[in-house]
Write a protein that binds this ligand. Structure first.
Ligand code: BES
Ligand code: ZN
Ligand code: ZN
Length: 511
């Protein structure tokens, strides 16, 4: 039942005219050109194609004004006249002024999720003509389609294989062929990396222990030519990773310190070394400060930050940026037991700092403290971590934006550039020195929770900041977005793989 690479839908580029595409569902994008703000104003819908046969087939129904081309709105026509396809799906991108590649990524996904439950096995999506860069639009369609094909019901024994078998992206003659090919290649690499992270996150705690996560990372590394090392308790003791160790000590499952290294074919002497650090708590019960039973099952996704880093490395190995990248995933299971760390216990982090463990449920920052320090020891000169770190970040930002914290403006600028490409939403929160008193301990250097319950996501970030010294660093708190309880038109419910695309682009921005 192990999800394999082959589980990701295969996509092909086709350069034939849309009207002759033999498919069960030909999809074409539409925008609303009207500038009127009135809700009842007649929409001015136009299709993003110059294919006369497609325009003709859709002309009558579009003139009815019933279809408004709102984002991800669908209109299905059976047996469209003059087309080889058996169905024509028109899908909206919203107002023309807002129809960007991110709208295209989602709409391509919505087309796939329209086709899947209807039992359709072949689908062709017509790339837009006109204002869109052919590499970018082809990439966006590819990403959206592959991401949308993922479903999380892996262990349903009556699960029919509902994957799309033939997914073609039709490239109009007006679009540059080699640009489209390059965009397609990138889209496949990036979306598969994100889906790979999602398959890891989706696994329950009994099937995704720290050891298994280490094995999956090592298998992936061997397949794509990355160096991998997976260490356990002995090595953690040798490295004096006391913060990481106290989290792991309550469990029968040994921890895993996963280190993946990408060496670029070429680099420059000024290029930084990038360190990716991920929280890999394969199950978070809270430990002795145990969590309530309601929703505890969700805590299998507490390794989503670690999975994001493993997924990002899968793409980096193929995209080959001219910069060295080291990824560290700190994997452990947070359990209560007779051996578990107790509130009030003191741990010494690898950096030498003493930590008072006030709440054993604030375990993510403990393992990351040692992971961040170790990344610097391995030579990282730019750091990024990703973690489902706090419930508080979801209280602050809801489930629309994830949190980003930065101690360096340049690193943050690189990240905003990355967001422009990935289309993911992150909102910056502060890590200013005034907050530091929240984590001052009366017995040790720092404590692992804030003095008050205000600003919980910031307190956690301030804790991490203690371990990065003056290295430019970004912290991504993805607790609110790593899992979605309801499906979106373009994405199944379950693990989202948030942050994978942005991390990849952030790394590439240094290349
Ligand atoms: N893994 C949780 C954070 C979390 C909450 C992730 C909800 C995903 C969804 C983390 O380890 C945790 O328990 N944090 C505590 C910190 C507190 C004890 C200071 C929290 O957020 O309540
Ligand atoms: Zn916790
Ligand atoms: Zn946790």
């Amino acid at each position: 039942m192990k999800p394999k690479k082959e589980d990701f839908v295969k996509t092909d580029l086709l350069f034939t005219p849309a009207s002759s595409a033999q498919t069960e569902l030909l999809t074409v994008f539409a925008v609303d050109n009207s500038t009127s703000k009135e809700k009842d104003a007649k929409p001015e819908v136009s299709l993003l194609t110059s294919d006369e046969a497609v325009k003709k087939a859709a002309g009558y129904v579009l003139s009815s004004g019933e279809f408004r081309a709102e984002a991800n709105e669908t209109l299905l026509l059976h047996a469209p006249e003059g087309l080889a396809a058996t169905r024509l799906l028109i899908i909206g991108l919203g107002k023309a002024a807002k129809a960007d590649i991110h709208a295209i990524r989602r709409a391509a996904g919505a087309a796939v999720r329209f086709a899947k439950p209807r039992g359709l096995r072949s689908l062709a999506i017509l790339a837009p003509e006109g204002n869109f860069d052919p590499a970018q639009s082809t990439r966006a369609i590819t990403e959206g389609a592959i991401l949308a094909d993922f479903d999380s019901d892996t262990y349903r024994t009556d699960r029919k294989d509902r994957s799309i078998e033939l997914l073609a992206i039709l490239v109009p003659a007006a679009n540059d062929k080699s640009s489209a090919e390059a965009g397609h290649r990138e889209g496949v690499i990036i979306a598969e990396a994100q889906n790979f992270a999602r398959t890891l996150i989706n696994e329950p705690g009994n099937r995704m222990t720290p050891t298994i996560l280490g094995q999956r990372a090592a298998e992936m590394a061997a397949e794509y030519g990355l160096k991998s090392e997976v260490y356990s308790t002995d090595k953690l003791r040798e490295l004096k990773m006391g913060a990481f160790l106290v989290v792991a000590q309550g469990s029968e499952e040994p921890p895993a310190l996963i280190v993946l290294t990408y060496e670029p074919p070429e680099t420059t002497s000024v290029a930084p070394v990038i360190g990716l650090v991920g929280k890999g708590i394969t199950f978070d019960t809270g430990g002795i400060s145990i969590k309530p039973a309601d929703n505890m099952e969700k805590m299998k996704y507490d390794m989503a930050g670690g999975a994001a880093m493993i997924g990002a490395m899968r793409a980096i190995a193929q995209l080959k940026p001219a910069v060295k990248v080291v990824a560290i995933v700190c994997a452990a299971e947070n359990m209560p037991s007779g051996k578990a760390v107790k509130p009030g216990d003191i741990a010494f982090a690898m950096s030498g700092k003493s930590i008072e463990v006030l709440n054993t449920d604030a375990e993510g920052r403990m393992v990351l403290a040692d992971g961040l320090h170790y990344a610097r020891e391995l030579g990282a000169t730019r750091l990024i971590d990703a973690a489902t770190l706090t419930g508080a970040v979801a209280i602050a930002l809801g489930q629309i934006n994830a949190g980003v914290f930065a101690n360096d403006e340049d690193a943050y600028q690189h990240f905003t550039t990355a967001l422009g490409i990935s289309g993911e939403k992150f909102w910056r929160l502060p890590v200013e020195d005034e907050y530091r008193e929240q984590i001052r301990s009366s017995i040790a250097d720092i404590q692992n929770t804030g003095l008050t319950r205000y600003g919980g996501a910031i307190n956690a970030a301030m804790f991490l900041k203690e371990f990065v010294a003056d290295t430019p660093w970004l912290h991504l708190d993805i607790a609110g977005l790593a899992w979605q309880d309801a499906e979106k038109p373009w994405l199944a419910k379950g693990p989202t793989g948030v942050a994978v695309r942005s991390i990849i682009e952030w790394v590439r921005s240094y290349s």
